[in-house]
Design a protein around this ligand. Structure first.
Ligand code: AMP
Length: 286
């Protein structure tokens, strides 16, 4: 089946209502476009598990602060359509801001407390409410059985999981592994902002995470010690400026007194224009 690009909520709903009435299960992949193999991996996972795959491309103004890159976020709909088609997407939903918000500024916001306030949320205080609001709106438009999110945005995944649980939204949230460039840099649409020199420096985030994981493998159980290892890696790279490094509980994203059970190492650093984020998981035995 060739990909269909739909731009209105009404026609998208009509198509998906019809599919659900015929007993088909819908897999949904929300994106902001400028697609790469990270997005493609979510589409392929959705293709394997579902009858109909819908992806959306919407550069969501609600999740950008005034000083962020909303107006020049990279876009290439032609290339994106081809990538989505090749990776099994049936319906590509590409609404305008007016289509999504015909009444002007939204008055209704979904806020996931606590989990949204730390790490990314400390630097970007309105970000996760913007994400949660648009994702719940897209869920209402699409009615998916399953929705696919990358572990690349680990805190976002945790926020969405919590929102779905708290509001009993009938969707299975599927987390997918981080897809990386050959040198370890996590793929991101914003990597396009890096100059060649900064691009060469950017894999330092992955190296810092690897060093943190190695410290854990060698028996470190103190989060402060693990964060220190990660921090020293970033500090050695003059083109990277650390925002935060953290060793947290994988579900709550809180720093425990002692690392135990499912742990996530999180890191964020400014490398030239883009702020890069990355993370890695570890299981600490009892
Ligand atoms: P974005 O277009 O940046 O909003 O991302 C859309 C979805 O793709 C989110 O669920 C991201 O976590 C996911 N994603 C982005 N980059 C990657 C990556 N390198 N590996 C896996 N998933 C990714």
């Amino acid at each position: 089946m060739a990909i269909d690009t739909l731009t209105t909520i009404q026609e998208t709903r009509a198509r998906l209502d019809e599919a659900r009435a015929a007993g088909k299960r819908i897999g949904f992949v929300p994106t902001m476009g400028f697609l790469h193999d990270g997005h493609a991996s979510l589409m392929r996972a959705a293709r394997e598990d579902n009858d109909i795959v819908m992806a959306s491309i919407f550069v969501n103004p609600l999740q950008f602060a005034a000083d962020e890159d909303l107006s020049d976020y990279p876009r290439d709909l032609e290339r994106d359509t081809e990538l989505a088609d090749t990776n099994g997407v049936d319906i590509l939903f590409v609404p305008t801001v007016d289509e999504m918000h015909p009444l002007g500024p939204v008055l209704t916001t979904v806020t996931v407390d606590e989990i949204s306030t730390r790490w990314e949320g400390a630097t970007r205080p309105t970000h996760f409410a913007g994400v949660a609001t648009v994702v719940s709106k897209l869920f209402n438009i699409c009615g998916p059985a399953r929705a696919y999110f990358g572990e690349k945005d680990y805190q976002q995944l945790a926020v969405i999981r919590r929102m779905v649980a708290d509001l009993s939204i009938p969707v299975d949230v599927v987390g997918c592994p981080i897809i990386r460039e050959d040198d370890g840099l996590a793929m991101s649409s914003r990597n396009t902002y890096l100059t060649p020199e900064q691009r060469e420096a950017a894999p330092v985030l992955r190296r810092a995470l690897d060093a943190g994981i190695a410290a854990i493998d060698h028996g470190a159980t103190d989060p402060v010690a693990v964060v220190k290892v990660m921090t020293s890696f970033i500090n050695e790279e003059p083109l990277a400026e650390l925002d935060y490094a953290a060793a947290v509980d994988a579900a709550t994203l809180e720093t425990p007194d002692v690392l135990l059970g499912e742990i996530r190492l999180l890191i964020a650093a400014q490398v030239g224009r883009p702020r890069l984020i990355d993370n890695a998981g570890a299981t600490m035995g009892l």
